[in-house]
Design a protein around this ligand. Structure first.
Ligand SMILES: Nc1ncnc2c1ncn2[C@@H]1O[C@H](COP(=O)(O)OP(=O)(O)OP(=O)(O)O)[C@@H](O)[C@H]1O
Ligand SMILES: [Mg+2]
Length: 247
């Protein structure tokens, strides 16, 4: 690929009233990168992902998608979100729709695909996440791990360039975490570009190629997983990791 910078976050800040939640955030995402964002509760991880997906409007700074500033008001937001999709902690499935309909609706409404084609694509990704046997089920009939796998299939069905994950396993019972992480490992191996907010440190260490540690709304430290987990430079990073890696 001639141009590998998919996203560039430049001097991004976000305030809610007087509360400055993100300050001067800067990092790049290249094609195929798996970037894990780690940090304590309240450090601004979700707000950062929500800014990248335009669920929040940055207060200052730029988010460049292939060098186009998406914070520009003329952006077509639904179209942008087909390229930069998001998977949420609480799945956000449409509860009145079946598994299959959940994975078709965006393709039909936003990508303007024919139903038959949307169904074919939906089935392909439902098979990939192991949820093809459940196409007629409603979300309430599924376990948390199954719901999250459907949510991932739904996001993949839009054939995004980048997928953002906000703590995709933290609403799950422990025995279901593995099945969702296994799907994400496969996606990483296949070269999908992902930005993942997670408290799963072993996963971040093994699967990512870039780790961003946030504290108090700033990037405190970032680098290769071997450096962040094996040789953190800052005391705050060491203390955070010591709390999360124990046991
Ligand atoms: N819509 C909002 N209005 C006001 N303050 C907000 C809003 N959303 C987030 N905040 C504040 O921004 C700060 C960062 O929140 P954020 O949810 O981004 O943290 P986080 O790192 O994702 O935390 P967690 O690990 O608990 O999910 C918090 O102090 C939070 O109260
Ligand atoms: Mg959060």
């Amino acid at each position: 690929m001639a141009e590998s910078n998919v996203l560039k976050i430049r001097h991004l800040s976000k305030s809610f009233g007087a509360n400055v939640v993100l300050r001067d955030i800067d990092f790049n995402v290249n094609a195929g990168d798996v970037t894990c964002i780690i940090g304590a509760s309240g450090s601004g991880k979700s707000t950062l992902l929500r800014c990248i997906n335009l669920l929040e409007t940055p207060t200052t700074g730029e988010i460049l998608h292939h060098d186009v500033d998406i914070t520009d008001r003329k952006m077509n937001v639904p179209e942008y979100r087909t390229k930069v999709g998001m998977v949420f902690q609480n799945f956000n499935l449409f509860n009145n729709m079946s598994v299959l309909e959940n994975c078709m609706v965006g393709q039909v409404k936003v990508l303007k695909k024919e139903k038959a084609e949307a169904k074919k694509t939906a089935m392909m990704f439902l098979e990939k996440v192991g949820m093809a046997p459940y196409i007629n089920a409603k979300p309430r009939q599924l376990s948390g791990g199954q719901k999250q796998r459907v949510a991932i299939a739904r996001a993949l069905a839009m054939e995004p360039e980048v997928l953002l994950f906000d703590e995709p396993t933290s609403a799950l019972d422990p025995q279901m975490v593995g099945e969702v992480l296994a799907v994400m490992r496969t996606l990483a191996k296949e070269g999908l570009t992902m930005i993942i907010v997670t408290h799963e440190m072993a996963f971040a260490r093994d699967v990512s190629n870039h780790v961003v540690y946030m504290a108090g709304g700033v990037i405190e430290e970032e680098g290769a997983p071997a450096d962040i987990f094996g040789n953190p430079r800052k005391n705050s990073t060491k203390e955070f990791l010591a709390r999360f890696m124990q046991g």
